[in-house]
Design a binder for this molecule. Structure first.
Ligand code: HEM
Ligand code: HEM
Length: 179
């Protein structure tokens, strides 16, 4: 690399890493509440509320991030990055943005359709204009939230593999753009 690496603006870098940590936490909480809920009722409820509230927080952070990103754009990639890799990275980033939007929305609909309205961190009730739905509909939303999680996991795995390839094998300065 010649000269100073061009980086994402500070706001986008902070949001990237904050959201990355929260997304990992969301997987841990989601899998725990779905497959290994604590026997203790109060604890189970706390984990549930943390999953749902943090998912809503992520949705708000995503909207802020999308605004910043649409206003400022992304810094140019090093010229050594070829066209196929550029296209793949673009598709991967678009999939990440889309899934980070869809997944919390499905989670919210899922919770409301099951008749369990959300109180954000037990502090702020979150109104949503859908009533409790018949079981087939709420089951379909639960399934959609599961597939959303699987798709997000796949997109993140590809993303991290790409970052490792740039950072450890190519050493082309791409990772430095986000740190
Ligand atoms: C980025 C955001 C989110 C991620 C990555 C995520 C991930 C997951 C995962 C991996 C599971 C366990 C698998 C499953 O049974 O579906 C799960 C379950 C669940 N999530 Fe989320 N979730 C997110 C946002 C939300 C939000 C915002 C809500 C509600 C407000 C929510 C409500 C639920 C509920 C109620 C379950 C229990 C099983 C079910 O009814 O689907 N999630 N989530
Ligand atoms: C849950 C985890 C993660 C999510 C959801 C995520 C999401 C994203 C998104 C949406 C972008 C596109 C940014 C934009 O153009 O506006 C991005 C860029 C980037 N991410 Fe991640 N990321 C995660 C984890 C990581 C990790 C663990 C690394 C590194 C080890 C990483 C390295 C990067 C880099 C280097 C870029 C800039 C790519 C470029 O030059 O265009 N990300 N990430």
């Amino acid at each position: 690399m010649i000269g100073k690496p061009v980086r994402y603006p500070l706001g986008l870098r902070v949001l990237h890493w904050l959201m990355a940590v929260l997304v990992v936490l969301m997987f841990a909480l989601g899998l725990t509440i779905a497959y290994a809920p604590p026997a203790d009722e109060a604890r189970a409820h706390l984990l549930f509320n943390l999953h749902e509230s943090t998912g809503l927080t992520l949705l708000a952070l995503l909207l802020l991030r999308a605004l910043l990103r649409l206003r400022g754009g992304a810094p140019a990639l090093p010229r050594s990055v070829g066209r196929p890799v550029r296209v793949l990275a673009r598709l991967n980033h678009a999939a990440l943005y889309l899934l980070l939007l869809v997944q919390p929305v499905l989670g919210l609909l899922d919770a409301y359709a099951a008749g369990a309205p959300l109180v954000w961190y037990e502090l702020v009730p979150v109104p949503l204009p859908i009533a409790r739905q018949p079981k087939p509909i709420s089951d379909a939303l639960v399934a959609a939230h599961w597939w959303g999680a699987a798709a997000l996991f796949a997109a993140v795995a590809l993303h991290v593999a790409g970052a490792a390839w740039h950072g450890l094998i190519r050493r082309d300065g791409v990772v430095r753009r986000m740190v």
